[in-house]
Design a protein around this ligand. Structure first.
Ligand code: NCD
Length: 428
């Protein structure tokens, strides 16, 4: 095992590949859960401890014994992102459980950079075109920040009205033109299938950042990555988990991609909670049903959330349908502190792809949960940087250069990023 990989990356990768909870893994390597916890904390945490050499060697030996696990060489267990022979990320269908988890190892390696402790310049000279023909804040900025933290530069366009598409330019022309300017292209577009059309017109890496009600694969990857990291802390694994998806399951592309990705695991229970008019499309339900999963569909929020390990709330995608009234979507459809306290467990994770509609009467995930440590929404957005860095590094073929290239960051950053983060400290 190479010693240059951070111990946190090695340990998380080992637990993922062995499919073990933290407790099971600690007992497998003969240490206490507490010791393992301290080895997993980020280096800057005061309670972080170095894993003894002998333990590191033993973990390497255990992994060496798993068929196909290989050891930490460049060739074994490398993440790949490929769409019809091109380095492009268009659909979550491109992933197997193994290739998603291999990507997460790269994301773990990016965490010290995402936490602003380290820097790298592996993409120095590279240019990203961030093309958003539909509203976005976090996806556009987080892709841009991820590319910049790898050392690249970012060019942005936002809005359909200000683009040449509003003058009647075809997707083919836009794609070919931008390909002459940039080394990677992130596209969001209001029409389903449009990003795939864009990708067919170029050999440059393209990432689908949302195609209408279609897919949002990078969001699903960062959501699963977050679920795994949170579950690791809580002593759970993804197999056998109960996931409740709530809200606009018809037009919400994040839940389409996430449901398909989660269905690669075993024995999950999916509770799909929505008003009748906004149910999950049948083709996605059929896809989940191909695995050994239990699927329940309901419009009863209270019953739907009971016993869930993860509650994944979504915003009603009003911009995608003309009819303003949604039958059955009443104010008691809101996920708020009172409801969570009544029906959710102590360890239930509350997630949301954001943005949540915080205007009065919106019925979206309530802000009164902001001080509840079960609310994982900002851990999701923070993790998005590491996951998107990993996606770029893999698509542009620099993932093996990152760990040798890391240097200490020269500037000072606050210990906790948000004023309410204190309750979430020590969460690794
Ligand atoms: C979502 C989207 O655009 O699909 N946001 C995101 O990218 N995190 C969800 C939404 O707009 O409701």
């Amino acid at each position: 095992m190479t010693q240059e990989l951070q111990q946190q990356t090695i340990l998380r990768d080992a637990m993922r590949r062995l499919n073990m909870t933290r407790d099971a893994f600690a007992s497998r390597i003969g240490v206490t859960r507490r010791a393992l916890d301290t080895w997993l904390l980020p280096d800057e945490s005061p309670e972080s401890r170095a894993m003894p050499e002998i333990a590191a060697r033993y973990v390497g030996e255990i992994l060496g014994g798993i068929p196909e696990a290989g050891i930490y060489t460049q060739s074994a267990y490398s993440p790949t992102i490929d769409y019809e022979g091109r380095p492009q990320l268009l659909s979550i269908d491109q992933f197997s459980r193994e290739s998603a988890e291999a990507l997460f190892r790269t994301a773990d390696m990016m965490q010290p950079i995402a936490h602003r402790k380290k820097i790298t310049r592996v993409l120095e000279g590279a240019v990203l075109a961030n093309l958003f023909f539909e509203a976005s804040t976090r996806t556009r900025v987080s892709f841009g920040a991820a590319f910049a933290r790898l050392g690249g530069s970012v060019c942005d366009t936002t809005g359909f009205t200000f683009s040449s598409m509003a003058k009647g330019e075809s997707i083919y022309d836009t794609s070919r033109v931008i390909s002459g300017y940039a080394d990677a292209i992130v596209v969001r577009h209001p029409e389903q299938g449009s990003v795939a059309e864009f990708a067919r017109a170029t050999n440059i890496p393209v990432i689908n950042a949302g195609d209408g009600p279609g897919e949002h694969p990078s969001q699903a990857l960062l959501d699963l990555y977050t679920i795994q990291r949170e579950f690791s802390r809580l002593g759970k694994i993804v197999d056998g988990a109960h996931i409740a998806m709530v809200g606009d399951l018809k037009y919400g592309r994040t839940v389409h991609s996430l449901a398909k990705l989660l269905s690669l695991y075993k024995g999950l229970k999916f509770t799909l909670v929505s008003p009748r008019s906004l149910e999950m499309p049948a083709h996605i339900v059929e896809r989940i049903a191909r695995g050994d999963h239990v699927i329940e569909q309901t419009s009863d929020l209270h019953a739907g959330l009971a016993g869930a390990d993860v509650v994944y709330a979504t915003r009603i995608q009003k911009e995608r349908f003309a009819d303003e009234s949604i039958e059955g979507y009443t104010p008691d459809f809101q996920i708020n502190q009172a409801l969570v306290d009544e029906v959710c467990g102590r360890d239930t994770l509350i997630m949301h792809p954001l943005p949540r509609d915080s205007r009065p009467g919106a019925n979206d995930l309530a802000t009164d949960l902001n001080h509840d440590s079960r609310l994982a929404i900002f851990r999701q957005t923070d993790n998005g940087i590491a996951v998107r860095m990993a996606i770029f590094a893999v698509l542009l073929g620099v993932e093996h250069q990152v760990r040798h290239s890391m240097r200490d960051a020269a500037w000072k950053s606050p210990v906790s990023i948000g004023p309410d983060d204190a309750v979430f400290q020590g969460f690794d």
